[in-house]
Write a new protein. Structure first.
Lengths: 482, 380
């Protein structure tokens, strides 16, 4: 049975579903649909009423739906090295027309069920039913699914109209991230990483579409200097001019101001939601925040997102009053999870944390997307500060701030094979966390989208090590306090 | 001076940068380490200091840098950090750290943290949107920051005249290297791949006026020779760096000459001059950066076309090469990202190619040898 969720969570899910549905509808009506990097100023696209989809968010969804590997491999077959970011590989495969689909028999048009899929069948007493022939648990047919195969939309398009062709279209996995429309333009802001620049250039080339680029060079100081602001401001103006050409519309300042107000309201509500993790025990897990990333990325310029986060805030207020939490275990330790989660392996990430009573009460995305600004210069400065565009001092300050506020006992660091800029100074950061906060840190190797780069045994061992160190710290503290 | 003697001198420099550094220091000169890519070295020269390029090393193993990096970072950057940590570069008076790729972004922080107070770091972030006035202005702002950092180390101001003079010296040097690349192809019986690499590599470890003088002398000697009637095959090389003599030796064993290159450490570094008719030296350098093109590291506003792939395919055709050897630097996203479209352009132009995965810690080139041998057979 699906877990009961709060009205705020339901509202947040609806916001993202609606953004996707609107984009699909717009495409069907012949309107432009764009693809955008997660921290491109969405306020600009909102001012032109453009429908925009977010490949990073999409790739995370595809990976969480267990199709990261087949899509990554599809990109590798196109010549993209397996060293390249998993999000980029998934997105590039998708842009090239590759889709994860359900295998079917071309004669009967029936799906072919993968016998290894699904959950064990349980009898009326809740006991697992064993197959006498094999001695292994029987699978519940209701939970089984067809084999996953790769299809190409361009090949399907080229087929003559027929039930077979219709079946091919239908066979594409039905979840929303595997059904986003192909792009008519791309919006790239490389504040997240420079990989983004070439990733979006490749999409522009594959799809022969315009690319609007906002470049945020790396920053070596905590402050964003006026020179950098002037460069970004000029790029905002340039992007507006390009969007005017693309849409044939004039820039609507009123809509833009409204989008800015919405983005600020969403960000403020997001930050307040994040701050609920400061409570001990926390009313939810940081892993839930990861799930709400989709809203802050795809809809922060929309009033619905602001309202949904405000609703979630109310739910959390209530939870605090009632002393409830959505974390399904008693909170013994509190940690910061550093980096993007391994989306294809979320249950595996969660398992040893649950076993050891470790709740994630701090994630770096809180400050990274909780930016509020007053004017255009402020907006330029806000977009200058992405997780991977800031100097080590700013990065440490962000993290140590949330570690202190959210009262963490340790830090779990994901050395993310997909993300060189993020993982590139984590070793030094770990040393600083321990020196400045007196908390132990443990690192593990993984990947945000490609399951082949995650080693569960190593992860479990590292979590165990972290738990032991936190336990020792707690004992030392208790002894000191007498 | 004979070709052999000149070549020997270039090799001595290319393979002994430590000695060069020590010699400069003994002469009382200040030396600035310059990391890849596209740092305005002219400013170092204009300050009366010596810029020395740091493109990793083929001789060391990563040990100390592991304290800062996970394994999946390009060895050029990791070995640069290694040499900063192991004392190899203690003689440096400053370090310029550009940040144009995703490895160099966080590494700029690691370099700064790791060397602490020992060597001042001068940070540089180039603009990708480098074409409009505001892009040029940002590049100028960045270069002015670099200039200010260098002035602090030099202990004096860098005049506009000195920058304009440095631009002339550097343009002359770039022209000489471009001419050498052509002559190396015409006389590939004399200028073997190993020697070609050593000559070009030496430019990173010498003052450019002295380097150009020596290179011009070599070019003049080469011009006196008849164009060789090469019986082997010719290729264009592509990638970030391919300066390992052990690897280039395999080319020689298989009668493969290098007709031209699309290598960041070689021709990409001297393809574009700074304008000499611009009165503001800093602006001239920003205009030079604006003009950098066909580059895996830089944004191409006409990205819906395959300009870079087609440029490289044309380079192969125009240079008279029969194929292309791509040295794919391990963990180099920009190169990896552009590979599918490079392949597409090469295939469309009927240019055969091979892709060799390399890194600077490789000591065994068995696989590369087999691939190169097979490629030579195909082309021959």
């Amino acid at each position: 049975m699906a877990k009961e969720v709060s009205p705020g969570v339901k509202a947040l899910r609806k916001v993202v579903d609606d953004v996707h549905a609107d984009a699909r509808k717009a495409k069907a009506e012949g309107k432009l649909v764009g693809w955008s990097s997660s921290k491109f100023p969405c306020e600009l696209a909102e001012a032109f009423d453009l429908n925009v989809m977010y490949p990073e968010n999409q790739a995370a969804g595809i990976a969480a739906n267990r199709d990261g590997e087949i899509m990554c491999q599809a990109a590798e077959d196109l010549g993209f090295d397996n060293d390249i970011c998993g999000y980029a590989r998934i997105s590039l495969a998708y842009a090239a027309g590759k889709r994860a689909a359900r295998k079917f028999d071309p004669e009967t048009l029936e799906y072919i069920i993968d016998p290894n899929s699904g959950k064990p069948l349980k009898d009326e007493n809740g006991q697992v039913v064993i197959d006498e022939a094999t001695g292994k648990p029987k699978k519940d047919p209701k939970t089984q699914s067809p084999y996953t195969v790769l299809v190409d939309i361009h090949e399907i398009e080229a087929m003559p109209d027929s039930p077979l062709k219709d079946k091919y279209w239908e066979s594409i996995k039905p979840y929303r991230q595997m059904r986003i429309p192909q792009p008519d333009f791309v919006l790239c802001c490389n504040n997240i990483c420079n990989c983004m620049t070439k990733w979006y250039e490749n999409i522009a080339r594959m799809c022969n579409i315009p690319l609007i680029m906002i470049d945020i060079p790396y920053n070596n100081t905590v402050e964003v200097h006026d020179s950098n602001v002037a460069y970004v401001r000029a790029q905002f103006d340039n992007a507006i001019h390009q969007l005017e050409e693309l849409t044939g519309k004039k820039f609507d300042e009123e809509k833009f101001n409204r989008a800015c107000a919405n983005a600020n309201r969403t960000a403020s509500a997001w930050l307040r939601v994040c701050d609920y993790l400061q409570y001990k025990p926390a009313p939810y897990s940081g892993f839930d925040l990861f799930n709400h990333m989709a809203d802050i990325v795809t809809a922060r310029g929309k009033v619905e997102a602001a309202e949904a986060f405000e609703l979630l805030e109310k739910d959390l207020e209530q939870a605090i009053k009632e002393g409830t939490t959505t974390t399904p275990f008693p909170e013994k330790y509190r940690v910061m999870f550093e980096g993007i989660p391994c989306w294809p392996k979320l249950p595996n990430l969660f398992k040893p944390l649950k076993q050891n009573g470790v709740n994630v009460t701090a994630v770096v995305y809180a400050p990274a997307f909780g930016f509020v600004y007053d004017d255009l210069d402020g907006m330029a400065r806000a977009y200058y500060k992405a997780p991977n565009s800031v100097c080590i001092e700013q990065g440490v300050d962000w993290r140590e701030g949330i570690c202190r506020d959210n009262k963490v006992d340790g830090v779990l660091v994901h050395y993310n094979r997909s993300c060189k800029p993020w993982s590139g100074y984590m070793a030094e950061m770990q040393r600083r966390f321990t020196a400045d906060l007196g908390v132990p840190c443990a690192g593990f190797d993984g990947d945000q989208a490609d399951p082949r780069n995650f080693n569960e045994a190593q992860y479990d061992t590292r979590v165990q090590g972290l738990v032991e160190a936190m336990e020792q710290n707690a004992k030392n503290k208790a002894a000191k306090e007498g | 001076m004979s070709i052999e003697v000149l070549m020997k001198e270039f090799q001595d420099v290319a393979y002994n940068p430590g000695k060069q550094l020590a010699d400069f220091k003994a002469q009382g000169k200040k030396v600035i380490g310059v990391l890849p890519y596209y740092a305005p070295e002219e400013l170092v020269y204009a300050a009366g200091m010596v810029p020395m390029g740091i493109w990793g090393t083929n001789k060391k193993t990563i040990v100390r840098a592991k304290e800062y990096c996970a394994t999946f970072y390009c060895t050029i950057a990791q070995l640069a950090l290694e040499m900063l940590l192991d004392g190899t570069m203690d003689g440096l008076d400053g370090l310029i750290t550009p940040t144009i790729c995703d490895t160099l972004r966080p590494m700029s922080q690691n370099f700064r943290v790791a060397i602490g107070e020992k060597i001042p770091c001068i940070f540089l972030a180039h603009p990708q949107n480098r074409f409009a006035d505001w892009g040029i202005q940002f590049c100028m702002d960045q270069y002015n920051d670099v200039k200010a950092g260098l002035e602090k180390i030099a202990g004096h101001e860098i005049s506009n005249e000195a920058i304009l003079d440095a631009i002339k010296v550097y343009n002359k040097s770039r022209a000489a290297r471009r001419e050498f690349v052509k002559l190396a192809s015409d006389h590939c019986d004399v200028v073997t791949p190993t020697l070609r690499s050593a000559v070009l590599k030496a430019s990173f470890f010498m003052l450019k006026d002295a380097y150009t003088e020596k290179l011009t002398a070599l070019n003049e000697e080469l011009k006196k020779l008849p164009v060789c009637d090469w019986k082997g095959v010719k290729v264009v090389t592509s990638g970030i760096i391919c300066d390992n003599p052990a690897l280039l030796q395999i080319f020689e064993e298989n009668n493969i000459a290098i007709a031209a290159d699309d290598v960041a450490h070689e021709s990409r570094a001297f393809r574009t001059d700074a304008p000499e008719d611009e009165a503001d030296g800093i602006k001239a350098l920003a205009l030079q950066f604006k003009a950098q093109d066909y580059e895996v590291l830089l944004y191409d506003p006409q990205s819906n076309q395959n300009r870079r792939g087609e440029f490289v395919a044309n380079l192969v055709k125009e240079s008279g090469a029969q194929g292309l050897v791509l040295f794919m630097q391990q963990f180099c996203d920009p190169e990896e990202m552009e590979y599918p479209y490079l392949k597409k352009a090469l295939d469309a132009a009927g240019v055969p190619h091979i892709k060799l995965g390399i890194d600077q810690q490789m000591r065994d080139f068995g696989q590369a040898r087999t691939a190169i041998q097979a490629f030579a057979d195909v082309l021959g």
